[in-house]
Design a protein around this ligand. Structure first.
Ligand code: PGA
Length: 255
C-alpha cells in the first residue's frame, strides 16, 4: 500500500510575528508546484494566527508542538484541542523528547494526549525514541515498544489509523548526527512490525517519520528506505530553502 509522505517542520521555541510571516511566504513560493508530499509546519502556538493567515491559499497544513488533555477550565498555561482547531491546526506533535525530558511527560500522559487528539479529530504525531545511553545498552527496540504500547494498550491498534509516529533518536536531535538510513530503516521496520502484531492493516498505513538532524543534504537518502515515510524536521525547518529541499526529496523518492 502506498503511503503518502509527510514532512513536518517543528519550529520549537523560535520565531516572531515577522519571522512567521516571512518563513511561510518563503515556503509557499518554494513549494507551490510540489505534488505528492503532505507538508505541515508547527510554529509556536503564539504565532498560529499569523501562520494561519499567511497560509491562506496554500496546501501546507498547520500544526502545533504540543496540546493539553483538557478542553477548558482551570488549567493555567495550557492549550486545548479545541483552541488548536480554532486556528485550523491539523497535525499535533505529542511526546517530543524535549517535553518528556524538561516537563517530565510520562508515556501514560502522552497516551492521554493521543486520546484527546483522536477524540477531537486531530492527527497525533507521536514522538518516540531512545537516549544515547539506551541506544548503547541495546535498548532501542524496548524503549520504542514501551512508548508505543502506552497507546496500543489503552486505545487499541485502531487509534493509529490516520496517525503519525515520529521516530526521533534523542542522540540525533539537534546534534548534526543523524541516524544512518539503514539504522533508521531497521527501527522503522521494527515499529511497523510491532503494530502489525496487533493489526496489519493499521501498520501498513501508519506514517512513520524519521526525525533527528534531517537536513537538505541527508534527506534524500533517508527517504530511499521503504519504511521511512517522511521526516519531522527541527533546525532545517527554520529555513525555507532547506526545508523545501527536504519536501521535494520526499515527493521524488516516494512517487
Ligand atoms: P532537529 O530536531 O531536526 O533539529 O534535529 C528534530 C526534532 O526534534 O523534531
Amino acid at each position: 500500500m502506498a503511503r503518502r509522505p509527510l514532512v513536518m517542520g517543528n519550529w520549537k521555541l523560535n520565531g516572531s510575528k515577522a519571522f512567521t510571516k516571512q518563513l511561510v511566504e518563503g515556503l509557499k513560493a518554494e513549494l507551490a508546484n510540489v505534488e505528492g508530499c503532505d507538508v505541515a509546519i508547527a510554529p509556536p502556538v503564539m504565532y498560529l494566527a499569523e501562520a494561519e493567515a499567511a497560509l491562506v491559499g496554500s496546501k501546507i497544513a498547520l500544526g502545533s508542538q504540543n496540546v493539553d488533555v483538557n478542553i477548558s477550565g482551570a488549567f493555567t498555561g495550557d492549550i486545548s484541542t479545541e483552541m488548536l482547531k480554532d486556528f485550523g491546526a491539523k497535525y499535533i506533535i505529542i511526546g517530543h523528547s524535549e517535553r518528556r525530558t524538561y516537563h517530565k511527560e510520562s508515556d501514560e500522559f502522552v497516551a492521554k494526549k493521543f486520546a484527546a487528539l483522536k477524540e477531537a479529530g486531530l492527527i497525533p504525531v507521536l514522538c518516540i525514541g531512545e537516549t544515547e545511553a539506551e541506544n548503547e545498552a541495546g535498548k532501542t527496540q524496548e524503549v520504542c515498544a514501551r512508548q508505543i504500547d502506552a497507546v496500543l494498550n489503552t486505545l487499541g491498534a485502531s487509534a493509529f489509523n490516520g496517525a503519525v509516529i515520529a521516530y526521533e533518536p534523542i542522540w540525533a536531535i539537534g546534534t548534526g548526527k543523524s541516524a544512518t538510513p539503514a539504522q533508521a530503516q531497521a527501527i522503522h521496520k521494527f515499529i511497523r512490525d510491532h503494530i502489525a502484531k496487533q493489526d496489519q492493516a493499521v501498520a501498513d498505513q501508519v506514517i512513520l517519520q524519521y526525525g533527528g538532524s534531517v537536513n537538505d543534504k541527508n534527506a534524500a537518502e533517508l527517504f530511499t528506505q521503504p519504511d521511512i515515510d517522511g521526516a519531522l524536521v527541527g533546525g532545517a525547518s527554520l529555513k525555507a530553502d532547506a526545508f523545501s529541499v527536504i519536501v521535494k526529496a520526499a515527493a521524488k523518492a516516494k512517487n
